[in-house]
Ligand binder design. Structure first.
Ligand SMILES: Cc1cc2nc3c(=O)[nH]c(=O)nc-3n(C[C@H](O)[C@H](O)[C@H](O)COP(=O)(O)OP(=O)(O)OC[C@H]3O[C@@H](n4cnc5c(N)ncnc54)[C@H](O)[C@@H]3O)c2cc1C
Length: 383
């Protein structure tokens, strides 16, 4: 399937990560994921410790029970997990890159000791609250506010929306305005005044928990604040998670391509398998090319990240190009399956619907286009 033999460039350790993630998906995800998607559930509490025991949570971080692997290993794991379902990869991305990373990078030693070992083990679950009902692409205008009272405690008020893992989380990393700019707060979800109701009726990422977060005078100790000021804090976390996305979607696209190829070889119309028609072969060849290009992009950006040279604009390039490619592959694969392309008996429409969310979250395609536009022209066109 891998016409470019890209995986030949992986080291033995990276292949081990790939095979481990593949085995996990085969055993724990594929038998049930269509049912979870149909029912709109995700068994985070059961899967968390399994993923933790395999070192998949915060795997690119060091210390505190994290695996300390390289960026390409993290990417390959995301690719294989997302070949199972984008909801699974979202769980792992949010846990590792959006909840653990800010604590690891900006948290006090006390916060790290308190949260990182259990998040790495998957016995605790984390979420990341940046988006608000009225502020998605422009988080700088967020309304959630934290005010420090004379005792040194912070009082948090406001709301967040579309928060992955929200209702199942033990800890939320919440970004809020303060008198001194945007700050991040580590909020135990057991805090009085915190609530996280589920968002219902999603038709995408159904095997993923998505929630609103409400903060009603949530009192936090002075030590709950992260040591970073301004939007560079949340944006640095998003850069980590977007790197996982640009790898992950290659797996979702590949799963669609494989389903289409297998179907085309066995589905007989006009007396022969539809794989024997030139129009079908054109679709399959184009899908293989798109996935090969996306895989090359991921590998190149992984090498840059491992060399410490990856820039945020390059992550935007990968997120924009690879999600678009994966979604186009999913749509093309769906057409190869004909009517069977619209049922959960096959993985294609599940991946296709999931990728609509992936196109939007962590920076929409328009926002990443504007990032590249600014990088090319030197002119910011966001407003
Ligand atoms: C399933 C799911 C899970 C999510 N998980 C999380 C999470 O865990 N944590 C979190 O904080 N957020 C999460 N999000 C939120 C996600 O990051 C936002 O939806 C995203 O940033 C877009 O914001 P919005 O939906 O408010 O769209 P808007 O910002 O309102 O944008 C609507 C449209 O306008 C376009 N647009 C906006 N500004 C411009 C501009 N300047 N120029 C051109 N076009 C523009 C956008 O590209 C888009 O097409 C999740 C979303 C989904 C769907």
């Amino acid at each position: 399937m891998d016409l470019l033999n890209l995986d030949d460039r992986l080291t033995a350790d990276q292949r081990l990560v790939r095979d481990t993630a593949q085995g996990f998906v085969r055993e724990h995800i594929l038998p049930d994921v269509a049912t979870w998607f149909e029912e709109g559930t995700f068994p985070a509490r059961e899967l968390g410790p399994e993923l933790g025991s395999l070192g998949m949570l915060g795997m690119h971080l060091t210390g505190y029970g994290c695996a300390g692997l390289d960026a390409i290993s993290y990417g390959v794991a995301c690719r294989e997990l997302e070949a199972g379902d984008s909801g699974l990869r979202s769980f792992v991305s949010v846990q590792g890159s959006l909840a653990m990373f800010p604590i690891w990078k900006y948290g006090s030693e006390e916060l790290k000791e308190e949260w990182l070992p259990s998040l790495a083990a998957g016995t605790a679950i984390g979420c990341f609250g940046l988006t608000e009902p009225d502020h998605g692409s422009d988080p700088g205008n967020m309304k959630t506010y934290a005010k420090q009272d004379p005792s040194g405690d912070w009082i948090l008020n406001g709301s967040k929306m579309w928060i992955t893992n929200g209702s199942v989380a033990d800890v939320a990393v919440v970004w809020a305005q303060t008198d001194g700019g945007v700050r991040g707060f580590v909020v135990p979800t057991s805090s009085p005044g915190f609530s996280a109701p589920l968002i219902h009726r999603k038709l995408s990422l159904r095997a993923s928990v998505t929630s609103s977060l409400y903060f009603d005078d949530v009192r936090l100790p002075g030590s709950a604040v992260l040591d970073v000021v301004g939007l560079k804090g949340p944006l640095s976390c998003l850069s980590e998670a977007r790197f996982g996305i640009l790898w992950g979607v290659v797996g979702a696209g590949r799963a669609c391509f494989e389903a289409a190829l297998e179907y085309a070889k066995t589905r007989v119309q006009f007396g022969k398998p539809i794989a024997g028609f030139q129009l079908t072969q054109e679709k399959l060849a184009w899908m293989a090319v798109a996935l090969g290009q996306a895989g090359l992009t991921a590998l190149h950006l992984g090498s840059l990240k491992d060399a410490g040279a990856l820039r945020p604009q390059q992550v935007s390039f990968g997120k924009l190009a690879n999600v678009r490619a994966a979604l186009d592959v999913a749509r093309e694969a769906r057409s190869v399956l004909g009517a069977n392309g619209v049922t959960l008996e096959y993985p294609v429409i599940r991946h296709m619907n999931n990728l609509e969310s992936v196109l939007t979250y962590e920076g929409t395609q328009e926002i990443h286009t504007l990032v590249l536009g600014e990088a090319l022209t030197g002119v910011a066109a966001y407003r």
